[in-house]
Each structure stands twice: as structure tokens, then as C-alpha cells.
Design a protein around this ligand. Sequence first.
Ligand SMILES: CC(=O)SCCNC(=O)CCNC(=O)[C@H](O)C(C)(C)COP(=O)(O)OP(=O)(O)OC[C@H]1O[C@@H](n2cnc3c(N)ncnc32)[C@H](O)[C@@H]1OP(=O)(O)O
Ligand SMILES: O=C(O)CCC(=O)C(=O)O
Ligand SMILES: [Zn+2]
Length: 493
Amino acid sequence: MCPTPDDEPVNGQTNGHANGHANGNGASNGQNGGFRGIETHKKPHQVSSNPYAPTQDFLSNISNFKIIESTLREGEQFANAFFDTETKIKIARALDDFGVDYIELTSPAASEQSRKDCETIAKLGLRAKTLTHVRCNMSDAKMAVETGVDGVDVVIGTSSHLMEHSHGKDMTYIKETAIEVIEYVKSCGKEIRFSSEDSFRSDLVDLLSLYQAVDKIGVNRVGIADTVGCATPRQVFDLVRTLRGVVSCDIETHFHNDTGCAIANAYCALEAGATHIDTSVLGIGERNGITSLGGLMARMIVADRDYVKGKYRLEKLKEVEDLVAEAVEVNIPFNNPITGFCAFTHKAGIHAKAILNNPSTYEIITPSDFGMSRYVHFASRLTGWNAIKSRAEQLGFNMSDAQIKSVTVKIKALADVRPLAIDDADSIIRNFHFNLHSDKERPLLELTPAEKEAFAAKEKELNGVAEKRELDAEVDEQSEQPVAKKSRNATVA
Ligand SMILES: CC(=O)SCCNC(=O)CCNC(=O)[C@H](O)C(C)(C)COP(=O)(O)OP(=O)(O)OC[C@H]1O[C@@H](n2cnc3c(N)ncnc32)[C@H](O)[C@@H]1OP(=O)(O)O
Ligand SMILES: O=C(O)CCC(=O)C(=O)O
Ligand SMILES: [Zn+2]
């Protein structure tokens, strides 16, 4: 079922907002010197059921999926990534704390340190199972088993591109070697997954026959990988659904984001019956990466809030993202699902009014589920009087609607001249309120002479427009009245 988020009070976590945003709990956002925000939590979400709940059939795993977290494998393939042992341990522990099911590690064949790091992480005693990811040959498989990880993820390219230009082996060789490796890993008591690289550009009949063969000998999971990010959600659904009919083992899926479909593809894979999704924190990986952990959480909480909230410690997401962002020296993208700095900021007046009444109007995800705060912007030319009224109340000022509308005109006029900071909007409100009750007039804001001139002109313009609108409304009302009367009379007659 889709969420019907109860609008719990926000927890005041700071998330680095720029100018003009109010947070929902009166806490400082860390950048604007301790402003108080608009309290939106007084009004509860009023949606009791969601008509957009996903349709699921009996094969769907939308409400029962596992995460194979690959920041320490795929993520290490991100151009900027270098994880020393200490950092790997921190990331592994943070992911474990978050609640991922598996942690996948770089191949021990990659380097001596990679091998040692597999051993170290396998010994940490994490709740999550540890995996390492190796090529489909006996030498890599032996190395993997010896590291002490819980399971081995074996992969080999099956598209003509990779068979020809990467490893040079044909399908017969792949099948024989896969069987040898799987039987060996199983005989060591380890979990074993067999995956094809570039599955979506592989021959379907060959692929299914290969998966059928490995399923028959008891592989724990087979994997499908969109290695080049070419697959569409519909193609993903079709392939996973077909595979679901061919194998009885679990199905893992791995989606690259070259064409921006990584999260959607993961979702479709679950709809079709995949059981496991590969993720990495912030989506880091080869090229522009794979399905991001946070993005998947955003997508899945909308599909089944109880499952996602019950299984993962969502309030830890920001912490683990910050940790990885720092380790690979990138910023969290502004539009990142959940933790992007404006992911829960509502700006336009129409949105702000509705959000202040009921956050479910313009929010499908409840920020507090992730320990995040909601912000209502009130310092721009798009701000409306409802947002200003809310802000004025928050500042402790009691003003009539007419007064609020006048001060809104002033804020808009100045916002037409230059960008406003929260403090600017607050000063205008504060000084406007002061002037209402005092003989001495305070300037609304310290302005340069040029700004003063531009502001006066804008205010005049806006007031002119407002007056004209009021006049037009009066005329409309007068011209409509007789019609209304007539129709009422006619009905009565
Ligand atoms: C799509 C993916 O992300 S798959 C995972 C990618 N991960 C990695 O590559 C891990 C890091 N890699 C490495 O450190 C190195 O590439 C190693 C240690 C694995 C191999 O290094 P090298 O022996 O120097 O080979 P190199 O990297 O140049 O080429 C890859 C070799 O693996 C072989 N190979 C590639 N894929 C596979 C596979 N899935 N199964 C078996 N062999 C494979 C290639 O044929 C090639 O062997 P060859 O040139 O000796 O014939
Ligand atoms: O092992 C897998 O399933 C995926 C390997 C990989 O990273 C890819 O194909 O992009
Ligand atoms: Zn990949």
C-alpha cells in the first residue's frame, strides 16, 4: 500500500539550506544564523488511502525485497573512489547499521590490499552478509572463498560484445566453467550467485539456457545486469518475468544509470519478481553509476512504507551518504532523492499554502521518515501571503489579513529587485509590524540608493496591479449579481 504519512514533528536535523527557507520545527538550518521556520506539523496529513498504490501481482516483490549494497565493490569502480581499509570498515558498519542485507566487496584478485580488506570485513561480525565479486574462473573463486566472506558473486559477460572483446569465451565454455565454479563454491558451504554481464544485449535463448543449467545445480541466485544502462523499465519487466518462469532460485538485478533509468528499472525488476537489488550509496560506480541506495528507498517507501520503515533505519541515510560523499570527495547533488538540499523545500506560493494546510498535497514522502525537515520558502517573488502569514505568526506577530497582504507586496517588490535572504524577509515583516504600532517609522530594510529607487518603483507597480485586480473583481461581482439573482428567481419560480 502507498504511504499515508502521518505528519510527525520534524526533528530539526540540519540539511544545509540556502537563502529563504524555513524549516518545519523552529530549528536553525545551520547556514542562516538560527532562524525559526514555519511549523507545518500542526496540521496532520489528511489522506487516508492512496489511489495510486502500485498494482502488484503474486510474483511481485515490491513488498519483500533485499538489498545487495555494492558501494564497496561497484562503488570502488567510481572514478573518484579510493577507500583505505579504515574507510571501508566505516562504510561497511554504516551500511550494516542502516540495515542492508548484503555488503558486496571488491574482488580479492584485484590487489593484495583488496584481498586483505575482504578478510577484515568478513571478520567484523556484521549482521549483513558479506560477499565478494569475482570473475568466472576457479582461481578467482578459490581466492574468494578463502577470504572468509559469506558468499561469492560470480560474473561473466554473455553479450556478443563481451564474449568477443572482453574474455573471448563462447557459451559452451561459459556454461561449463560456471558449473565448475558454482559446484566448488557450494562445496565450501558458501552462498553462490551466478550473473551474466550485459544481460540485455545477450541472446535470450542462450541466457535462459545458461540460467536454467545453473539453477538446476542449486545456485542461490542468478543475476541480471544492465551493464551499459541501455534497458528500459518495460524491457526489464519482460526479461525478469520471463526468467522468473525459468528458474526457481532468487533473482538479483543490477542497473547502470547511463540513460537515467536505474531506479525505475530496479522498481520494475521487483514488480516482475526479482528478489534482490544492487545499490550503491549515491549511486557511485563505473561511469555515472548504478541504482542509488537513497533513490531506491525513496521509490520503495512510496510503494510500501511499512516494509521499508520496518526493515531499514532510514534516519541513517544522510549519515551514510555524507560518509561516502566525503570519502569520494563529491557533494550531495542538490536534486538527490531525500537528502538533496531542496528535496523537501516548497517555494511557490500555491504550493506553500497547501503544504501549510496539509503536507500530503505536495509531498509523497514524509521527510521525518528519514529524519529530514520540511522547509517552506518565504522570501521570493513567488511567495504568497499565506506563507507570510504563517511566518509572521511564527515570529509572534498578530496582523490582519490585509496587513499581511500589504507586507507580502513589499517582500515581492524587493524580491523583484534582488534575491532575498531569510533575514531580509524577516526584517521586512518585523519592521512593517513595528511601523503599525509606532509613531516612529523604521525603514523596512537597509537598501542602497539604487535598490531603494528600484524597490519603490516595483512596489508602485505591484500596488497598481493589485488595485486594478480588486477593481476588476468588484466589476465582475456587480455584473454577475443580476445573473445570479435572475437564475435564483427563475428556480424559485
Ligand atoms: C561489469 C563489472 O563491473 S565486472 C567487475 C569489474 N571488476 C574488476 O575489474 C575488478 C578489478 N579488476 C582488476 O583488478 C583486474 O582487472 C583483474 C585483477 C581482475 C584482472 O587483471 P589482469 O589479469 O591484469 O587482466 P585485465 O584486467 O587486463 O583483463 C581482464 C582479464 O580478465 C578476463 N575476464 C574478463 N571478464 C572475465 C570474466 N567475467 N570471467 C573470467 N575472465 C574474465 C579477460 O579475458 C582478461 O584476461 P586476459 O587478458 O588475461 O586474457
Ligand atoms: O555481477 C553483476 O551482476 C554485475 C556486474 C556489473 O557491475 C555490471 O555488469 O555492471
Ligand atoms: Zn555494474
